[in-house]
Design a protein around this ligand. Structure first.
Ligand code: ZN
Length: 443
């Protein structure tokens, strides 16, 4: 007896509909027809099924601060300054309430694993880490929550931070964060990176740093990707380092790109693009032809680098927008990174699923295949290729084989007399399901 069967889901636009059988929290089989019985069945009726969305980089502790102190200049400097001022007034209840709202939104929109970066510094101390540790327990049935000890205010610049990071790790943080550009000069920036690697090695943890978040390559504090890649290889840390933002990769001279991107791929570094923030804070000094400030996603993917996306911030000085919705972030990237062809849209969907899973170290247990954790999403659309453009309702979210979210929505259109109620608009031109591919669906 299986625990759950999702019947007749669209898992691949070119193959037949599939039944997905689940036992003991894992996918038991994916087949055109599962013969066994189950305690519960969901009828997908041809709707799309994908693995649960992964949010690999988000800051729940500083969400929803925008209304308290808006970022008037729209720059990274003011975002850090305003947030530091607000942090001094945090209470544990306030942090927990705002963080919980983010988790709630993420779960409702189909995120089944989330990596949070709470600030760890002499202002906030361990308030964010403690709030998220409590929420990790409270949300254990619906969400896997990883916690990164993130030194937003710098390490050298903010004495006492390294000790606080050690304490965060002792309490249960899963990864070592970093913010090496927020130091006084390149010497301190490199020392910051070295401290992160040392802490990670001492505790056997992965590394996930915010780096190279600027428009130009003229300040060496914002061009550390090569240093980090070489250090990753030297320390034997391949596959265990993720870097957020890395927008200056887009400003690297064309002739220097191939060797740098090859080095990043060789180091197994994951790049986590944060388009909502990157687009909002970048190009602020440009008076004409405003730059988008994104890492060059397509070139990086072509070079074999693992590239993921994430929300980063929800409605604060860094990003005044956000729903903690990975499909919304995906569509934003499609628009702004010139990733509109069917194959490119599928690549973006992988950045929110399989690539994001790899970026946070769960690539070997994640995916829509037998033996993998049964974290699944049934979407209100009928082609995998339409997931980003349709932004469909998340009809069912399944976490470790349990249904954790159901969405029911009724929309009625009231037309004038003489039309039949419930009439559907005429179908558009027939679509060719074989235009997609270039790597296929997230599995
Ligand atoms: Zn961030």
């Amino acid at each position: 007896m299986l625990d759950l069967i999702i019947r007749q889901g669209r898992v691949d636009d070119e193959g037949p509909l599939a039944d997905i059988g689940v036992r003991d929290g894992r996918i038991d089989q994916v087949a055109p027809a599962v013969r066994e019985e189950a305690r519960r069945e969901l009828h997908a009726g041809g709707k799309v099924v994908i693995p649960g969305l992964i949010e690999p980089h988000i800051h729940p502790d500083k969400a929803f601060l925008e209304q308290k102190m808006p970022n008037r200049s729209g720059t990274l400097e003011e975002a850090i300054r305003n947030t530091a001022a607000l942090k001094a007034r945090y209470t544990a209840e306030d942090v927990r309430e705002r963080a919980e709202r983010v988790l709630e939104w993420a779960v409702r929109r189909g995120t089944t694993t989330l990596r949070a970066h709470p600030d760890v510094d002499p202002i906030e101390k361990l308030m964010g880490v403690e709030a998220l540790l409590a929420l990790r327990q409270a949300y254990a049935d619906v969400l896997d929550l990883q916690i990164v000890a993130f030194p937003q205010e710098g390490i050298i610049k903010a004495p006492g931070t390294e000790e606080l990071m050690r304490e965060a790790i002792r309490l249960g943080a899963d990864a070592v964060g970093g913010c090496p550009y927020n130091e006084a000069g390149i010497t301190e920036t490199r020392r910051h990176i070295d401290i992160c690697f040392r802490l990670a090695a001492q505790h056997g943890l992965p590394i996930d740093m915010h780096v190279d978040f600027a428009d130009d390559v003229d300040d060496p504090r914002y061009t550390t990707a090569e240093y980090i890649a070489r250090k990753t290889i030297a320390e034997g840390y391949q596959g265990r380092v993720s870097l957020g933002h890395v927008t200056t990769l887009g400003a690297v001279a064309p002739e220097a790109r191939a060797s740098l991107f090859e080095l990043l791929a060789q180091a197994g570094i994951s790049i986590v693009m944060l388009p909502a923030t990157d687009l909002h804070l970048s190009g602020r000094k440009d008076r004409r032809t405003v730059r988008r400030g994104l890492a060059p996603a397509k070139e990086l993917l072509a070079a074999g680098v693992n590239v993921a996306i994430s929300s980063n911030n929800i409605r604060n000085a860094f990003t005044p927008f956000g729903l903690a919705d990975m499909l919304q972030i995906g569509l934003l990237l499609c628009h702004t990174a010139h990733m509109g062809s069917p194959g490119e849209q599928m690549a973006v969907l992988r950045m929110a699923t399989v690539n994001a899973a790899r970026a946070i170290g769960i690539g070997d247990v994640y995916g829509l295949a037998a033996g993998r954790q049964a974290d699944l999403l049934v979407l209100d659309t009928e082609r995998v290729a339409d997931v980003l453009v349709d932004q469909p309702d998340r009809l069912y979210v399944v976490k470790r084989g349990q249904v954790t979210v159901t969405t029911h929505r009724t929309v009625e259109v009231h037309r004038g007399p003489g039309t039949r109620s419930g009439e559907r608009p005429a179908a558009g031109p027939s679509r060719q399901a074989d235009r997609i591919r270039e790597g296929g669906v997230p599995r």
